[in-house]
Design a binder for this molecule. Structure first.
Ligand code: GLA
Ligand code: ZN
Length: 691
């Protein structure tokens, strides 16, 4: 038998979650006919069907699924086949109530939603393995099978559990990490506050304590929980890898999700897929979501797949604003611009029952008459036009460090000088770079190849290891420009303050020492003055820093309490430069400052006159595809090179070509894609599109 080409698809993926098991049989063929008309080529199913696949212990029913897969194959529709393991059935949970997850306060969560499992539960894991084996054995050769969709959104509801089984796994994990009980005591510094353990059995998962907990214990618990879910993921991956080698495996990520270290998850799967739900009610959501798209394309340095998104409103925000006309397309093509090879939706047909009955779908409650159906049809045609873009890379010359140790350690209750959140600082720095027209990749430290970038930004790198400092130093020596934000190089991987204080292993690279962190009260007006003369009022954070002799001060504090002390420094090293920004800068001064830094580093930046219009370039080395996306409900103008081809024209007035350039009028939420020959293999180069 000839094995069909499973992946990548020869075009952009288009489709979504389909839950035929939730609908009577009559609907199946009708849906498939409509999907075919619409151009659906990929479906995720059956994500939540465990009780339908195994109605009682060991009684597997897969014929209905075979019938559906056969019908889809006959219609030319491929399947990301879900292993269905995110919803253990009631009979299983009731037979083994100990598999239900326990909260930090000791409450055991009951059945009645999804993800009703403790990730460590041996019985749950055994049943997961059994179901995965059944599906892989029965459907591994099925011609409709394109991908395995393992479980669903790990950690969406449950990533942590404080039960006894988890506590025992945590102890084993700690012994592996620290070698011995003495190693754990030393790593956690347990002599402080009388926390010394004399037997490993005394160590528990961090439940509710009388006062502040040991930060190193909490950080290790975060790492353990992420690794524990990863172990669950690997259980399925290994079975699928063995039984169906050659079928790519993925699980759907959730952007910059706090709980799981996606670098480690991506390393063990074959394809990065992601669920994205930017809020249509927030005019800046396209900016923030772009940061997570940068992570997705960087996790494996390859195209990724938007496997879930909403056709219109979701049903889990306090106020669920629908997408305006055109916004479905703008959101979907934004993901494509940022490296997704397709756009898929949750879900095909709107549920009439259950918690998601008000969640939008391609077929809303009005069926084919729904507005989302019409908008999805248009998108399907757009994606077909964009088929040549599939497989290409995003041009980017700037990367942001994304490091889960720092994300986890900067907890709101971490007894720090003041609350500081990685996410808030990352979004702030990214918003500035996005306004400069830059598509920002993500890098892991150590691990990623930094030499591909002109500028690397670490908004805050609270936890810094020697290896990370070395990777950054090598990058700067090699000609890179590094921007390190406040409160970096503070602690080692055990959350112990580096000897001599921050910035610890970054001290030599940055050429500064931090004497004290100096968080600001809301009422403080700590001025930061740049060497250009520009002045701003600092935001929430400042530091008393002492620069070494070979360091230039590029901004200083003015007025009390840090009068005349350096606020931002630059140290030139080898061919590059390393900046340390000790102050919290508001966006309106961070943006022009980063503009200058990037321009000096040779990055092609332009301050966008209209931050609602996003320009992102994908390239396959021979041809560049420039996406111009209007994220606003008002029309916008853009100008491109005179010789650019229009691959995808926006609705409304066609672009006008003059000797001076191509004028494009973008209607509200309009998108244009231009095509031109690649002039350079460097991913840094971007085209001049004026907005
Ligand atoms: C998540 C889940 C889906 C669905 C959507 C709704 O992404 O994976 O099953 O619940 O949210 O927004
Ligand atoms: Zn547990």
């Amino acid at each position: 038998m000839t094995v069909p080409q499973r992946w990548p698809l020869p075009t952009m993926a288009f489709g979504g979650d389909w839950n035929p098991d939730q609908w009577p049989r009559e609907v199946w063929q009708h849906d498939i006919t409509l999907m075919r008309e619409l151009g659906v080529n990929l479906l995720s199913l059956p994500v939540f069907a465990w009780p339908q696949l195994e109605p009682s212990e060991g009684e597997y029913r897969t014929d209905w699924l075979a019938e559906i897969l056969d019908a889809l194959d006959a219609a030319g529709i491929g399947v990301a086949l879900a292993t269905g393991t995110a919803t253990p059935p009631a009979w299983l949970v009731r037979a083994h109530p100990e598999m239900l997850p326990v909260r930090a306060d000791g409450v055991r969560l009951d059945f009645g939603s999804r993800q009703s499992y403790c990730p460590s539960s041996p019985v749950f894991r055994a049943k997961v393995a059994a179901l995965t084996t059944i599906l892989a054995t029965r459907f591994g050769d099925h011609p409709a099978l394109r991908l395995w969709h393992v479980s669903n959104e790990y950690g969406d509801h449950i990533s942590r559990c404080w039960c006894e089984v988890c506590a025992a796994s945590f102890r084993r994990w700690l012994l592996r990490r620290h070698g011995s009980l003495a190693g754990i005591n030393a790593a956690w510094g347990t002599k402080v506050w009388g926390q010394l353990y004399t037997d490993v059995e005394q160590i528990e998962v961090p439940r509710v304590t009388p006062g502040p907990d040991n930060p190193a214990r909490l950080l290790d618990f975060e790492r353990f929980c992420s690794d524990n879910v990863l172990e669950l993921f690997r259980l399925e991956l290994d079975i699928l890898g063995e039984l169906t080698p050659g079928v790519p495996r993925t699980t759907n990520f959730m952007g910059l999700f706090h709980d799981l270290d996606y670098w480690r998850f991506a390393a063990v799967e074959d394809l990065v897929s992601n669920d994205a739900y930017p809020d249509p009610g927030n005019t800046a959501s396209h900016t923030d979501i772009a940061l997570s798209y940068g992570l997705m394309r960087s996790l494996k340095s390859r195209p990724w797949l938007l496997i879930e998104s909403a056709p219109s409103a979701v049903s889990w925000r306090p106020v669920n604003v629908p997408k305006a006309p055109g916004q479905l397309r703008a959101h979907a093509l934004q993901a494509v611009a940022h490296g997704s090879d397709g756009a898929m939706f949750f879900q095909w047909r709107a549920a009439r029952t259950g918690p998601e009955r008000f969640h939008s779908a391609i077929l809303g409650h009005r069926g084919e008459a729904s507005r989302s159906f019409a908008e999805a049809s248009q998108l399907a045609a757009d994606l077909a036009t964009l088929a040549p873009v599939a497989g290409s890379r995003v041009r980017s010359s700037v990367a942001m460090v994304v490091d889960w140790d720092t994300i986890w350690a900067l907890r709101p209750d971490a007894s720090l000088p003041a609350e500081i959140s990685w996410h808030a600082e990352a979004y702030q720095h990214h918003a500035a770079l996005h306004q400069l027209g830059l598509a920002v990749d993500s890098v892991a430290l150590p691990g990623s190849d930094l030499s591909r970038y002109a500028v690397v930004v670490a908004p805050t790198l609270y936890v810094t290891s020697d290896a990370q400092a070395e990777a950054l130093t090598e990058f700067v020596r090699g000609g890179g420009t590094l921007v390190v934000g406040a409160f970096s190089g503070v602690v080692n991987e055990c959350e112990q303050v580096h000897a001599g204080g921050p910035p610890g292993p970054l001290r030599e690279l940055l050429g500064v020492e931090v004497d004290e962190q100096w968080p600001l009260l809301e009422t403080d007006e700590q001025i930061v003055e740049f060497d250009s003369g520009a002045r701003t009022v600092g935001r929430f954070w400042a530091e008393w820093i002492e620069p070494s002799d070979d360091v230039e001060v590029v901004a200083h504090y003015d007025g009390r309490p840090l009068h005349d002390l350096p606020a931002i420094t630059r140290r030139r090293l080898g061919e590059g430069a390393a900046y340390y920004v000790s102050a919290g800068l508001p966006l309106d001064s961070l943006t022009p400052w980063l503009h200058q830094v990037c321009a000096e580093a040779g990055v092609d930046v332009r301050m966008s006159a209209n931050p609602s219009v996003e320009v992102v370039t994908r390239t396959d080395g021979a041809t560049d595809y420039v996406f111009v996306i209007n994220h606003a409900p008002t029309p916008a103008e853009a100008r491109g090179p005179a010789d650019a081809d229009v691959l995808l024209a926006p609705d409304g007035d066609p672009p006008v070509r003059r000797a001076s350039g191509l004028s494009i009028t973008l209607p509200p939420f309009g998108v244009a894609v231009l095509r031109m020959p690649s002039t350079t293999p460097s991913l840094h180069h971007v085209h001049s599109i004026e907005v």
